[in-house]
Design a protein around this ligand. Structure first.
Ligand SMILES: NC(=O)c1ccc[n+]([C@@H]2O[C@H](COP(=O)([O-])OP(=O)(O)OC[C@H]3O[C@@H](n4cnc5c(N)ncnc54)[C@H](O)[C@@H]3O)[C@@H](O)[C@H]2O)c1
Length: 438
């Protein structure tokens, strides 16, 4: 049976490399529609937990995962491994490994390159490889393809596509199946195999003419968000100076039924995508003597937001005859966005670092992140989430709301805390001169 038939009959074994925020939802979806899935991850601890049916991501339920470990009618079975020597077993390999920035803010493609080399060592005729990690246009054709093409011919012996992931962790409105999937192939045969594969699990698959177009489409999506968030962040700072409420302004503008999409200001960008991905394009554009000015400007504004928050904290304290140096500050929410347990690139970390540098005594509470240690840019952090009780609120000089988790009782917090700086409009509708927007 050739690969297309194996895909159509759901006989194909699917290998998912990188069992993180992107890889695990894909595991669930491909099993749900009847494929057997073998997950690969270099983190032996994660593999062990997953093979016990334990999810380590809050919004992915352990019971759903545990169900997939045993055979069930109509559903595929899942197993995880850290043995990369087994990469020759799956018919389809999906790469979902991290694509961070280096310390010099340049693309760090070590994870993608290592994984590709490991695939190349086991590659056999009839395999389809799909890169899903966000990256600059050209990665699939210029980095992945040469490594895989040593022994075999693309489009004939094996197939290679790029299909960007559009996961929005914790968003209950969209599932993997209902988020349309863009696919670009290195050759027409690659595209045909890629589209046939994703169509088994995703309601709508959009074929584009090349892997570069697919890579660029993902970057456009994230740059669009970064630029629009920078715009409202700048307008927020102006509105505060003019004595206006940016959130009220956005709500009013949002009533326009066409040509406007609401974005909201905040304490700075966070997460694995928006603060990082645009700079992948900036880097690539240099090769073409081109400067991506919108991205740079948006980056300048967005990265200045944590400093702005610290200024607002200083002002709130000073209005109450207190100095930042020595002030006890309780930060609420350190995840990069509400209701998730992911602190990667969270602006809360930068803000806490700046506050500490100014001599503040910083503690935090986050119902989903009980320990804050081992952070990439803040290796000196080793904090435990403070229980959020009356005493913690009363004994602090200022409460700084960074991430507006739904679990917080804002009216109660406002009634207990002496002074509040709110970066998310979370205390909307709660009156009090002690609440400062930031
Ligand atoms: N998190 C999101 O919301 C999101 C959304 C869209 C796209 N993306 C992109 O998807 C990619 C993965 O992001 P993520 O959030 O899932 O990352 P993650 O850190 O949650 O997961 C990556 C996993 O890969 C594993 N890993 C690292 N190197 C490996 C290797 N050589 N072989 C096998 N496993 C390896 C890690 O142990 C980890 O479990 C990134 O390119 C990211 O930009 C993420």
């Amino acid at each position: 049976m050739d690969l297309l038939d194996r895909i159509k009959d759901k006989q194909a074994l699917v290998g998912i490399i990188g069992l993180g925020y992107v890889g695990l939802p894909l595991v669930l979806r491909f099993c749900e529609v009847g494929f057997r899935v073998l997950g690969f991850d270099t983190d032996a601890g994660k593999v062990e937990r997953l093979n016990r049916g334990e999810s380590y991501i809050r919004h992915i339920s352990s019971s759903r995962l545990a169900d997939l470990l045993r055979p069930q009618e109509g559903k595929g079975q899942f197993a995880a491994t850290h043995d990369m020597g087994r990469l020759g077993e799956p018919d389809v390999l999906i790469i979902c490994v991290p694509t961070p920035l280096s310390a010099m803010r340049e693309p760090d493609l070590r994870f993608v390159a290592n994984t590709t080399r490991q695939i190349a060592a086991c590659l056999r005729p009839g395999q389809l490889v799909s890169l899903e990690s966000t990256t600059y246009p050209g990665t699939t054709a210029e980095l992945v393809l040469p490594i895989l093409s040593v022994k075999y011919t693309v489009g004939k012996d094996f197939y290679l596509v790029f299909s960007p992931e559009r996961e929005d962790p914790g968003n209950p409105e969209y599932q993997v199946s209902s988020i349309p999937k863009v696919v670009g192939g290195v050759t027409p045969a690659c595209l045909e195999h890629g589209v046939a594969f994703y169509a088994q699990a995703i309601d709508r698959v959009i074929a584009v003419s090349s892997t570069q177009a697919a890579e660029m489409s993902k970057l456009l999506e994230n740059i669009y968000r970064a630029v629009n968030i920078a715009l409202v962040n700048e307008l927020k700072m102006l509105c505060l100076r003019m004595g206006m409420d940016i959130f009220e302004v956005i709500e009013a503008a949002k009533t326009k039924p066409f040509g406007f999409q609401a974005f909201y200001p905040g304490p700075g960008l966070g997460g694995h995508c928006i603060p990082i991905d645009p700079f992948y394009l900036t880097w690539k554009a240099r090769e073409y003597d081109f400067s991506t000015r919108f991205i740079e400007l948006a980056g300048d504004i967005n990265t200045s937001m944590p400093h702005f928050v610290v200024q607002r904290v200083t002002k709130a304290l000073s209005d109450h005859h207190k100095a930042l140096n020595g002030a006890r500050i309780l930060v609420l929410g350190i995840a990069y966005k509400k209701d998730v347990d992911d602190p990667r690139e969270s602006p809360a970390l930068k803000i806490m670092d700046l506050l500490k540098q100014e001599g503040a005594e910083v503690s935090y509470n986050d119902p989903y992140i009980l320990r804050c240690a081992g952070m990439r840019h803040y290796p000196h952090f080793d904090l435990i989430s403070t229980p959020l009780d009356e005493r913690a609120l009363r004994e602090t000089d200022l409460v700084l709301l960074v991430t507006d988790h739904s679990a917080y009782d804002y009216a109660w917090i406002a009634s207990q805390a002496p002074l509040i700086v709110d970066t998310r409009n979370a205390f909307k509708g709660i009156a009090g001169k002690h609440i400062y927007p930031a």
